[in-house]
Design a binder for this molecule. Sequence first.
Ligand code: PTJ
Length: 267
Amino acid sequence: MRETEIPPEHPRAESLQIRERLVRHYKSGVVADAGLFAHGRGEAFDYLLGEKTRENALKAMEAAVAALLTARRPVISVNGNAAALAARDIVKLAQVTGAKIEVNLFYRSAERELAIKALLEKVGAEQVLGVGKAASARIPEIGSERRRVDPEGVLVADVVLVPLEDGDRTEALAKMGKKVIAIDLNPLSRTAQFATVTIVDNIVRAMPALVKIAEEFKKEERSKLETLLANFSNKKNLGEAINLINQRLSKLAEKGCYISVSQKGER
Ligand code: PTJ
């Protein structure tokens, strides 16, 4: 079934359309093979979270926006999945917060770098760092191709937003003294644990929400944003996400039949 053939009344239409988008971008060379598996893992956690943005995710988003707006050199790092699922909002968020956009791939190839750059430019990006020779700097602590960064971007950034990341780079960036914002549906992942602010939500919902919050927070005093960020505890916030999953599962198990208590679209 192709994207256009998914009946809108299908109870899982939205989820199936997102899958189709990923497959389409896989075929166009944006998404890595492993990106499809990574998405499946994300879907499973989204299912457990009830497929909607939760209170703890909103709190994390506010802290994330505060970090981006008070940063001296914020950078949004983009990989294949992020570009496929949220290119337009990545560009908007960069525009509102003044962040730079850098392509950074685990499965790096010249073709994928260019495909992602082209996609970002198509939706309005004026500058895309980290492509080709521009990724000339190295972060020695990282073993993978993610070590290659742009000397004008991630290397000198003080705040880096890393949607759908692998744990190694998050840990290395944090060790370098950078604030790391992650978007990861898995609150147990190493990325989630090592980041300064982890948004446990689907990137498809989180990115537009971040843009909206950034537009609002742009009018706020710097000191208010600094206080908001200082008062945020990632450990506590992740605990809330894990608790939420725990409580949801306990409640569903108590009822004995999850179909009768399911929300729209849940199987
Ligand atoms: O484009 P590349 O070459 O940089 O490769 C990107 C992938 C995603 C393949 C690479 O970074 C990878 O292997 O990532 P992992 O280690 O599988 O981690 C991906 C994390 O993102 C997992 O914890 C998933 O639960 C989470 N995730 C998947 N889909 C979403 C998500 N989080 C938020 N929104 C999603 N839609």
